[in-house]
Every structure is written in C-alpha cells, then in structure tokens.
Design a protein. Sequence first.
Lengths: 129, 369
Amino acid sequence: MNKDTRKKSKADVMLIAGLAVVGIFLILYLLLFSGSGKIVEIRVDGNVIKQLPLDTDTVYDINNEYGKNRIVIENGEAYMKEADCPDGLCKNMGKISRKGQSVICLPHRLVIEIKDEQVSSDDVDVIVK
Amino acid sequence: MKIKHIMCTFFSLMAIVGLMGCKDNNNNENNNITEKNSSVSDTGTNIVSSAPNNGKIQSCTKELFAMDTYMTVTAYGDNAETAVSESLKEIQRLDALLSTGSDSSEITLLNNSGSAVLSEDSRYLFEKADSIYKSTNGAYDITVFPLMRLWGFQGDDPSLPTETDIKKTLELVGMDRVKYDNGKITLGSGQSVDFGGIAKGYTGDRIMKIFEEYDIISGVISLGGNVQCYKIKTDGSLWRCGITDPNDPSGMIGKVEVADKAVITSGGYERFFTDEKTGKTYHHIMDPSTGYSADNGLISVTIVSRDGTLADGLSTACFVLGEEKAVEFWKQHSSEFDMILVTDNNRIIVTEGIGDCFSSEHDFEVVEK
C-alpha cells in the first residue's frame, strides 16, 4: 500500500514535469510562430487568386494576360517589388501591413489587400487617400 | 516504467490537442464575426461578392475598376445585392459619360467641338464646378485640363514641360472664359475641360441616393480612396475612416469617425514624378494661377462633408489655396464642410466641427470659427 502511494507520486511528478515541458514548448511555439493572423489577399479581376500569411517572408510572382508583377512579403509588410505596367504607380504605393490597406495595380487589375480576422480597437473601417 | 511513459505521452498529447482546440475555436469565433469573402463573378464586371455575414442582416460588397481607379461598394439591408449592382451600373454610366479618356464621352465631344448642350448630370457638375470656382477665387478650375495634358498627368509618363509651353498653355486656363446659359455651354478658343476633380464625389452622391431608394440601412463606398459613408454601422457605431499619412502613404495620420458623410483627401503623394535635371518633385494638383504643381505649404487636405461633389472639389481647391486662405474660406462656409490639413512642416490642423470625432497619435491643432 505504502509502496503503491510512493509509486504513484513518482509518476505524478514525472507527469507534471512532462506536461510542464510540453506546455512551455507549446506556449513558446504559439507566441513565436502563430503570428499576427493577418493575411495578404491577392485578387485579379476581383477574383481571389492567392492568400498568403503576412508573417511569412514570401515572393509571389504573377504572370497573366495583363502582365507581370512581383509581390514581396518581408518583415510583416507586403509591397509591389516589380511590375511591367506602363505607369509603375503600384511600385510607389509603399509597404502595407494594416488591415484594410491595399496596393493596387490598375493596368493589371490587381489588388493586394491586408485582411485580418482579429478585431482590434485601433482598426478603421475604410482608408481615405 | 512503460505505464509511466504511456501516461506521459497520453497526457502530453491531450495537452497539445487541448491547446490546438483553443486556437481553432478562436478562429471559428472570429469567422462568425468577420465577413467572409467568397469570390463570385457575375454580370461580367470585376467584382467580389460576399455572403450575408450573420444571417440577420444581408450584406453585399462588390469591387470594380472604373474612372481610372479601384472602387468598392458595400451595403447592408434586405436589398443590399440589388442596391450594390445598381451602384456599379451608375458608376459605369457616369464613367462613360464623363471620361476624358474615352473618345465618345459627352466631355470629349464637348472638348472636340467647343460647345454642347449638356445632359442633366453634366449640367449639375458644371454649375457646381462654377460655384466652387467663384467661391474659391479660381483655386478649383475645370479648365486646367490642357495643363494636365501638357504635364502628362493624364497619361503614364508625366514630365516637366518647358516654361514657354507652360505660359502658353496657362493662357487657355480660366473658367471665366466659358460661356454658359441654362445647359448650353461654349468653351473659349483652345479651352478644354475635365470634371475629374468632382466626378468621383458626384458618383458618391448618386450612390447615396441609390442606397436611399433601396432602403439600405448602412453602407460605405471607396471610389479610389474617396470615401462616402451611408448612415452608421450596423453595430450602431460611427464609421471609422483612416486618413492616409502624406509622408508615408502606407501609414495613417489619424482617423475621423462619421455618419452620412463624404471624406475625401487630396494629396501630392497620389500622382507625382521627380524631374531628373532639377531633382524637384512635381505632383498632379495644378495651381491654375501658376501652371505648376500647387506649392502653398500643404501636403494633404481632407474634406468632410455631407455633399460629396463639394468635398471632392474643395479638397483640390483648399490644397491650392494653402493653409491660411483655406482656413479663411472654411470660416465663411463652416456649415457646409470641415477639413483636416497637413502642412509641409507636418502640423495637423482640424476644424472645429470635427474636432471631437478626429483622433490621432500625433498632436493636432483645432481651428475655431
């Protein structure tokens, strides 16, 4: 009986230690890698062609009947790195990271927009420019 | 030992599953709150259609490329879908009517022939443009079009014209040389006009009327960054409009909370080029008195008004006027509009009427009447 109790408490300690280690790793993982949850949505002609996480550095190339564009996601910001459109305005639109912001390449009917399912207090509904 | 290992693994797995479950639940909850876009294309236009967001209130958002820009229209209410479709049709109708880029638009025909009897829409626009022209002492002038073309701001590759060309073209500018009598318009020799500075504002006003006809309970539109809000949001709060930072167009200088208002910004950051020889930057807002880009100390002007056409025209006019004259003008017309000015030394000036609904991380001054 006595022996049994001791055995159990030893198992308990192991369990608690195991759970603690697993827990710590999980919390760290969630904090470090789950990110902002923001999505970079890429649309051509109003159709969603790709959704990419804002917190993963990515280079995304588009080559369609309208032309070529290179979208870069870097350090939590998305921007138009290259475009062969006639005006090149989209390359001057800066880097976007806030919900609702967009970079638009009119000649290529291309819209890059930040989407976020999380609701935060400093959000705006619409951006005036 | 074996049992311990199994138990450890079992509990660890439980913990992982438990934590992951939490994350999923969160996501699901958020999905219920946030409107989910599905991409459905209909009627051949370029649109994104969205499903009703919570089963109670019908909502509809569509986008399209028109008037040389990107537009989104969102409406809430039983007739949301119809109201938004009608809005897109109205945008396309007005684009075809007013575009200077089309060979067959009413405005191109007028510019080619020098005279015309205007349609109802163009009549309204001309009279509105004329009233803003007169009240701002010519700071807003639809006859700057030849200058815009000279500079190349209508096309893809703007560049600095010679001084002689600017002087020559400047002689064509002046709305006082346009003859107008009850819809019959005659341009001065060599003149041409462009309603581009108020067309989007007017389109916004027209869409607000469509929303009214279809008993829309809440709506918001962005016509290339020109925002117009219809009533309040479905949760009972005001629409929060972020104002673009002219120094860093990916940031914001603050936000203004409104209902039933157009919020329209003019800034030199929208279309500009840097001349290689002089190293100077020129933007698309022409000063009708100099023939060059307006350079009167302001880098962004936002107008808040119930009247979208007025807001659109005044955002340009006040940008050209500069701080002092713009504030003076506001004092005389404070019942019609409010404004947010950003100066080239980064002061933010807000007029009294929206002093309480504007918020910013930066310091700002409130001007009283």
